[in-house]
Design a protein around this ligand. Structure first.
Ligand code: ATP
Ligand code: MG
Length: 332
């Protein structure tokens, strides 16, 4: 079985619809075909300031949401990044293999540090793509399910794997991004030219999966469209409508072509009403399942403990081999 690996940040409050359609949905699907490792990346979360109590709560909340979305601990390995110390250890090795200029070209850092102001941005935020390289290479992952915004980081991972292998001998599997074309980039409902993100400009543009279903329906109904009236998939000229069609198509399992046909002669309001209904049907059981896991933290923590144990066995082997290849003197 090929290996899959991915990680998601313990975001305050809730995953958003972009996280789910761009990434988590694929995590669930790949459990069936892959030896899959998924983690809540708390080490990545601290690249921006975090309140300790909130970080702890958000980490459990993220794990609960992954389970609620359909991850099955008997079919995949689900764990918390900081439970496996090898991530930080291989991260350092990868830092020492990356050029400063190479790291400086990462557009995610440019975007995020611009938002925060250059003096506030940490060195950790600068090197987080390199920690991500270590995350992936530790598990010898073949495929990495992510959204479009992560493509450049997977490219960096491939470069560093090849660099290490070339210098020290075959050690790492060179991974491929697994990005679903249709849902790799879900757009902000208020500004359909930018990606939906937790750092959205306005809360109305961002669908949080754990919002009150009523709030979600309202956000869908106030989504920005255009002054035309035709319901047609045309991302270039009709970004808002196309985004709504993508979301509806994915959640309902109806093709975009069929949706276009069924909305012939209808107004945008009809599309929004249907999407609001499909969204509410999706988030209502999701919220309930998430709450069930949160209500039973002992079960949740024991799932995560087992996951960390399974993950560590793989990670420790890769790290030991890496240290050996590089010439670190063994401790014994
Ligand atoms: P931030 O904006 O702070 O980076 P985020 O919303 O991207 O936060 P992450 O935890 O960084 O959240 O992302 C988790 C996964 O969700 C990643 O694989 C990422 O590519 C994917 N993802 C995030 N936003 C979108 C989006 N709008 N469309 C599709 N996939 C997305
Ligand atoms: Mg992100």
């Amino acid at each position: 079985r090929p290996r899959a690996l991915s990680g998601i940040q313990p975001t305050a409050g809730s995953f958003h619809l972009g996280n789910y359609l761009g990434a988590v949905r694929q995590y669930v699907a790949l459990q069936e075909s892959h030896d899959a490792f998924y983690m809540v990346v708390d080490l990545h979360a601290i690249t921006v300031p975090q309140d300790p109590a909130e970080l702890r709560a958000n980490t459990r909340l993220a794990a609960a949401q992954l389970l609620a979305a359909g991850l099955d601990p008997d079919r995949c390995t689900l764990f918390i990044q900081s439970h496996v110390p090898e991530h930080a250890q291989l991260g350092w090795v990868m830092n020492c293999l990356t050029g400063f200029g190479e790291a400086s070209r990462m557009t995610q850092f440019k975007d995020k540090s611009a938002k925060q102001g250059a003096d506030r941005a940490t060195v950790g935020l600068f090197t987080y793509p390199i920690l991500q390289v270590a995350d992936i290479l530790l598990y010898q992952a073949n495929e990495v399910p992510v959204g479009e915004d992560q493509r450049q980081h997977i490219e960096l991972t491939r470069d560093l794997a090849e660099r290490f292998n070339g210098r020290f001998g075959d050690t790492f599997t060179v991974p491929k991004p697994y990005i679903v074309k249709e849902t790799g980039k879900i757009y902000d409902l208020q500004d359909p030219t930018i990606k939906m993100s937790k750092s959205a400009s306005t809360p109305k543009g961002l669908i949080n999966l754990l919002d009150e279903p009523k709030v979600t329906a309202k956000k869908v109904k106030s989504a920005v469209t255009d002054t035309d009236t035709v319901i047609r998939f045309d991302p270039e000229n009709k970004a808002g409508v196309s985004n709504l069609l993508t979301i509806l198509s994915t959640l309902s399992g109806t093709s975009i072509a069929d949706l276009e046909k069924s909305y012939e002669g209808k107004m945008y309001g009809a599309l929004k009403t249907d999407l609001a209904e499909v969204m509410v049907d999706f988030v209502t059981p999701f919220r309930a399942r998430t709450q069930e896991y949160l209500d039973d933290p002992e079960t949740l923590d024991s799932i995560l403990a087992k996951g960390a144990e399974k993950a560590r066995a793989v990670a420790a082997e890769t790290l030991a081999q890496t240290y050996d290849r590089m010439g670190f003197l063994p401790a014994k």
